[in-house]
Design a protein around this ligand. Structure first.
Ligand SMILES: [Zn+2]
Length: 288
């Protein structure tokens, strides 16, 4: 059996339930779980420039695209609030709540996950977990690192609070000393052959194949890319960004939405694919 786990990033104070509903209703109706990675206290007002990747290259967007245009420049933090529409919507449906960073910032060109000061990291984590607890009645078990990379100092802190992390690539700098040789040896196995997860003790580190889904990619090639990955792997963490389907936060991209729903139905129909949550995956991998 092959496992597929859905991960949608950047849900925050600004997310409209209708956006997630448009993307995930077919999965929810089929009784499948979707991992929603939630930013506890999204913060605007930071010039990130080239760190915006294709949004910089194509639109010269200086501020984070994860906030709606009218809030991007505001130097302000917008915490998730209990009883807000988005919080109630997530709680009411079969979503798995993941924590996505703290404020999703890139201060002075340093991505939040790459901070090195452990007391600062602990402080941000503590504050953000209080928000998660207030909103959802519990802290998340899995952490999704903004921009998909984390410093060893961040991971040292995260390891104490979560069952695992989802990021792009696991290398020896991400793991504890006892696991370094095992992690380093993965370096010599190419992407097509490498098993996309790594146990560092009880801590599960999950890799994903990069931006398969992106508003900048050729829509006609996406399903093929998903299928190709599953040809050579038994696990796919499929990463999405809901706001890319409504760029720039107001117009549904019908072609992209149609492509997405086609991929969802393709995965639901495959008899050799099981769509599961991060916590189910943790248990399944633990016993194999
Ligand atoms: Zn993000």
């Amino acid at each position: 059996m092959k496992y597929v786990v859905f991960r949608d990033d950047d849900t925050s104070h600004f997310t409209k339930p209708a956006m997630l509903e448009t993307l995930y209703r077919p999965l929810l109706d089929a009784g499948k779980s979707v991992g929603i990675s939630v930013i506890p206290a999204i913060t605007g007002g930071q010039v990130v420039g080239p760190l915006n990747g294709p949004f910089w290259d194509k639109f010269r967007l200086e501020y984070s695209p994860c906030l709606p245009p009218e809030y991007r420049k505001e130097e302000k933090t917008f915490p998730l609030t209990p009883n807000s529409e988005i919080v109630e919507y997530i709680k009411k449906n079969n979503y798995e709540i993941l924590q996505h960073g703290f404020q999703h910032t890139a201060e002075g060109g340093i991505h939040e996950g790459m901070l090195k000061n452990t007391s600062k990291i602990s402080q941000l984590l503590n504050e953000s977990q209080q928000i998660m607890n207030r909103c959802f009645g519990k802290a998340s078990e899995f952490f999704v690192v903004p921009w998909d990379d984390a410093s060893k100092e961040s991971l040292k802190v995260l390891r104490k609070h979560f069952k695992g992390v989802s990021l792009n690539r696991v290398g020896q700098r991400h793991v504890t000393p006892l696991s370094k040789i095992r992690a380093a040896s993965r370096h010599f196995v190419n992407d097509k052959k490498r098993i996309p997860y790594f146990w560092d003790g009880e801590f599960l580190m999950l890799e994903h194949p990069g931006p398969v889904l992106s508003m900048f990619n050729n829509f006609s090639l996406m399903k093929g890319a998903v299928a190709e990955w599953l040809d050579s792997h038994d696990l796919l963490i499929l990463v999405n960004h809901y706001w890319e389907f409504f760029w720039d936060w107001n117009i549904p991209n019908l072609e992209y939405l149609e492509t997405w729903h086609d991929i969802v139905h393709y995965l639901l129909d495959r008899k050799d694919v099981e769509i599961i949550s991060f916590s189910q995956l943790y248990e399944k991998l633990r016993v194999t």
